[in-house]
Design a binder for this molecule. Structure first.
Ligand SMILES: [Zn+2]
Length: 279
């Protein structure tokens, strides 16, 4: 099991625009120059416009869970290349590169921790590993966590930051969807709370469809959400798509998201939901 330490600015926080001396970042939304240490203290949100910078797994775990309470499940599971897939390079080679680049073994971490002393089973996706795509290993990790949640009657929270299904595994990863769907349905029939959190980006059929199945669906402000992202829609349609591509506020205004939560309020909001569920 891994115990996560205090938040540090990790190489997952890829959206930061580096300034020459490395101490400053520029907000991509309002162009404000921000001292990085202050940005970290403000949980990677812009002081001026409240833009939510993309952050990684370690940062989310630190901000959501009580200190040192998170314990990871299934750290020894490894990805396999069941169909010997090769495009411009072998799939296994891509996994090795993603491990070296991201510092993670795969694109999902699941485990259990406490949030203001409430127990919570938690899964989180990692968009810095092969764009957060979900292979059979990642879906198996989520499936086992859902089972743990059901067996121990503990709320399950899944934070999305994914580009969807992993194309290198083809039908193998698609076949896992049925297994996960049945487990999520069992969560519902057993009355176990299932909360989904949609962060930047939650794109792609697999991720987006599961994200929409939460009993309560939370999104961060300004997160890009949908079945497909702007650039791939432009490639497919060969047309320029409006810059006003739907973000979390669009889905909230159309009733598909229950609540948009500022990152600074995320822990308190999840805790209140669990409190309400436990009563
Ligand atoms: Zn800003």
């Amino acid at each position: 099991m891994i115990w996560f330490g205090k938040s540090k600015i990790s190489n997952e926080a890829t959206e930061l625009v580096e300034m020459p001396d490395g101490l400053w970042a520029k907000c991509p939304s309002c162009n404000e120059t921000i001292y990085k240490k202050e940005l970290e203290l403000n949980l990677f949100t812009c002081f001026k416009c409240n833009h939510h910078f993309k952050i990684g797994i370690n940062e989310y775990i630190s901000l959501i869970f009580d200190e040192s309470s998170f314990k990871e499940f299934n750290i020894n599971l490894k990805a396999v290349d069941a169909i010997n897939f090769i495009d411009s390079k072998p799939y296994i080679e891509r996994i090795k590169e993603a491990k070296n680049k991201s510092g993670f073994e795969n694109s999902v971490i699941c485990g259990i921790g406490e949030i203001f002393s409430h127990k919570m089973v938690f899964g989180i996706m990692n968009s810095s590993f092969l764009e957060g795509s979900l292979g059979s290993l990642e879906i198996e990790k989520i499936y086992r966590s859902v089972r743990y949640s059901i067996d121990n009657r503990i709320p399950f929270v899944l934070l999305f930051s994914s580009s969807g299904n992993r194309i290198q595994e083809s039908a193998i990863s698609l076949m896992q969807i049925a297994k996960l769907t049945s487990a999520v349905n069992e969560l519902r029939s057993e009355g176990i709370l299932f909360v989904t959190i949609l962060t930047e980006p939650t794109i792609g059929e697999t991720a987006f469809l599961y994200a929409m199945q939460g009993d309560i669906i939370i999104a961060e402000p300004g997160a890009n959400l949908g079945l497909s992202n702007k650039s791939s829609l432009e490639q497919k349609s060969k047309k320029r798509i409006s810059d006003k591509f739907p973000k979390s506020d669009y889905y909230f205004n159309n009733g598909q998201i229950d609540i948009i939560v500022d990152r600074k309020q995320l822990k308190a909001t999840i805790s209140k939901i669990i409190d309400w569920y436990n009563k």
